[in-house]
Ligand binder design. Structure first.
Ligand SMILES: Nc1ncnc2c1ncn2[C@@H]1O[C@H](COP(=O)(O)OP(=O)(O)O)[C@@H](O)[C@H]1O
Ligand SMILES: [Mg+2]
Length: 301
């Protein structure tokens, strides 16, 4: 299997997909995705239409050591399988499309898009990261991604925005700050959920609220058909700005689905083409906890 970067609509292989690693997993290990669910290689193989699913050894936890302490128990008890994979009653597969957007630059759209893509790919999903921003930050991040990391496919949709393909499990759209109202309306017609990041600053909060009100003017959003989740990003607990952000998050009219702390770790992983879910180790465990509700939102809305 291979990793691809799409340019336009044509995939160009750039490396090896991590799927072959499934065969290397030892039978007495369990593999945890970001959801905290147990994914045995044999079960995953059956689930993926007979194909090997990407499994990365660095999240394999020996069974005798038990499950990590910090995983919410309701997730461990949830039914197995890649949750959130939408299917029509006919059984036909459908992609889940998530737009990450706001009007402010630097609020964390690319950080959330890339880390979300890495988390869902780590969990065995086939993920397409669509870069809508001429700055090409997501595309460059994908270009740096090591060939043995969980595979993520990429596409640049800057001039013309394409449509997600049904064989992809999750399509994540990393939007530019300068989206016009018409473009937002068009994109919202085919997305399933919208994530709006906001950094703790009075200016960012005011601009974000204006953006959210624009979204609210779209009928499908107003009717609740396109859930909007607001994410506080670069949060420094205990600061006055974090306190104000918390108040802001309670006033948007949409659920606040995560508060992601400010951490140097995000800068470290982005340089390596990785997300925090690609990384094992105790340094990343508390950071991952910030993401559980966001991942839940991405999967089930
Ligand atoms: N939670 C975080 N902790 C630390 N740095 C962050 C965090 N989120 C974003 N950053 C950094 O802030 C800068 C802007 O983030 P980015 O995701 O590129 O924003 P946007 O795509 O909205 O312009 C980047 O350098 C990024 O690494
Ligand atoms: Mg960006």
């Amino acid at each position: 299997m291979r990793r691809s970067v799409f340019h336009g609509t044509r995939p160009i292989p750039v490396g090896r997909r991590a799927g072959s690693l499934v065969e290397d997993c030892e039978p007495e290990t369990i593999v945890l995705g970001p959801s905290g669910r147990e994914c045995r290689p044999s079960l995953r193989r059956k689930r993926k239409r007979g194909k090997a699913a990407p499994v990365i050894p660095n999240v394999a936890v020996p069974m005798r050591e038990g499950l990590p302490q910090n995983l919410p128990t309701e997730r461990l008890n949830a039914p197995r399988g890649r949750c959130g994979r939408t299917a029509r009653p006919s059984g036909e597969r459908m992609t889940t499309t998530i737009l990450v957007a706001t009007v402010k630059g630097g609020s964390g759209k690319t950080t959330i898009s890339t880390n979300l893509a890495a988390a869902l790919a780590q969990d065995g999903g086939r993920v397409l990261l669509a870069d809508l921003d001429r700055q090409r930050s997501s595309t460059e991040w994908l270009g740096r991604r090591p060939s043995d990391a969980a595979a993520i496919e990429g596409v640049e949709w800057m001039r013309e925005i394409g449509r997600p393909a049904p064989e992809i499990d999750f399509t994540i759209l990393d939007a530019p700050a300068a989206l016009k109202t018409k473009q937002i309306e068009e994109i919202v017609t085919f997305v399933d959920r919208i994530i709006v990041p906001v950094a703790p600053s009075a200016i960012d909060e005011a601009a974000t609220l204006r953006f959210i009100r624009k979204l609210d003017d779209i009928r499908s959003v107003a009717k609740g058909k396109k859930p909007v989740g607001v994410v506080g990003n670069r949060v420094r607990t205990g600061t006055r700005s974090a306190q104000r952000l918390a108040e802001f998050l309670g006033q948007t009219g949409h659920p606040s689905i995560a508060r992601i702390r400010d951490s140097q770790a995000y800068l470290d992983v982005v340089d390596a083409g990785l997300g925090i879910f690609d990384q094992p180790g105790s340094r990343y465990a508390p950071l991952k906890e910030d993401w559980w509700p966001l991942l839940e939102f991405a999967r089930v809305g």
